[in-house]
Design a protein around this ligand. Structure first.
Ligand code: ZN
Length: 290
């Protein structure tokens, strides 16, 4: 707009057609301004310039938990990324993942066996790398990402747990990982993935992630609505980059009316939170014994 304005002034000094030209330039500038206002991309790039660091390293802990292992809880999606929308259209994945994460944090802090960090404690947008970086900076013992699934089949329901793997357990798991990672299914998941997965540290991370997922399924069985074969495997970017045992808990299906009711019910969510808290503590205890 500045350059257009300057051009109008310069033309204005030169003669009789200046008025007409200036009017055309002003109209063009106005159109440019209006188009800019309607563009999300322009609004986003203008907004991201002065924001403080996206993710928080704040640690939540009771006094008795000093020095205990740190568990990072990652509430999926947030801010301009709402995730899945419920079948009723009334709730978004990002809101339910946040209330689940907050309830899990509060339960773990109350029980006092671990310290807790959250990638987000409010409604904000974070990249997957922002999220994983919290676990690396805090040298976390564990990374638990909370999501809620959605499927074309309205009858699909129940919770599942995904652990980090170099090979997806099934086509659906691969599609889910691609969707959460925002990449094409079956395509390369990121840069030097194959080299990383060949790494021994990665093999160990995959093994301990699978242990954590098994404990979670065991604690949830009989208390939480689970899918058939609830422990699945996929190459989630956010899990790989956490550099810690890491699982992605899909708390159910927002595309299923029964699951939506369950997930919107605080008492039902409390059962899920208890299963998660107990599995996390059992995992930490198992590692402490080695
Ligand atoms: Zn999700």
């Amino acid at each position: 707009m500045t350059s257009l304005g300057t051009m109008a002034e310069r033309v204005g000094k030169n003669g009789a057609i200046a008025g007409a030209l200036a009017a055309i330039v002003a109209a063009a500038a106005l159109a440019f301004f209006l188009a800019g206002r309607g563009s999300d991309a322009a609004a986003r790039s203008a907004l991201t310039v002065n924001l403080p660091p996206a993710a928080s390293d704040r640690i939540y802990a009771s006094a008795v938990a000093a020095g205990r292992p740190i568990v990072v809880i990652d509430a999926g999606h947030g801010g301009r990324d709402p995730g899945a929308t419920s079948v009723s259209g009334q709730v978004h994945e990002k809101d339910l993942t946040l209330v689940l994460a907050q309830a899990l944090r509060d339960e773990l802090v109350k029980r006092g066996r671990v310290r807790v960090a959250m990638t987000r404690a409010d409604d904000r947008y974070l990249t997957l790398e922002d999220r994983a970086a919290v676990a690396r900076r805090l040298d976390a013992a564990m990374f638990v990402s909370i999501h809620i699934d959605s499927a074309a089949n309205p009858l699909a329901r129940g919770a599942s747990v995904y652990s980090l793997s170099d090979v997806a357990s099934d086509a659906e798991a691969e599609r889910l990982a691609a969707r959460e990672d925002d990449r094409p299914a079956g395509g390369p998941s990121s840069g030097a993935v194959d080299a990383m997965l060949a790494d021994l540290a990665m093999q160990s991370q995959m093994g301990s992630s699978a242990d954590l997922a098994s404990r979670l399924v065991a604690k949830a069985s009989g208390r939480v609505e689970l899918r058939p074969n609830p422990h699945r495997f996929a190459a989630f970017h956010v899990l790989r980059r956490a550099d810690a045992p890491a699982v992605l808990f899909e708390a159910g299906y927002l595309s299923n009316a029964d699951d939506e009711l369950l997930l919107r019910n605080p008492e039902e969510r409390a059962k899920m939170v208890m299963a998660l808290a107990q599995a996390i503590e059992a995992d930490v205890a198992a590692h402490a014994r080695h």
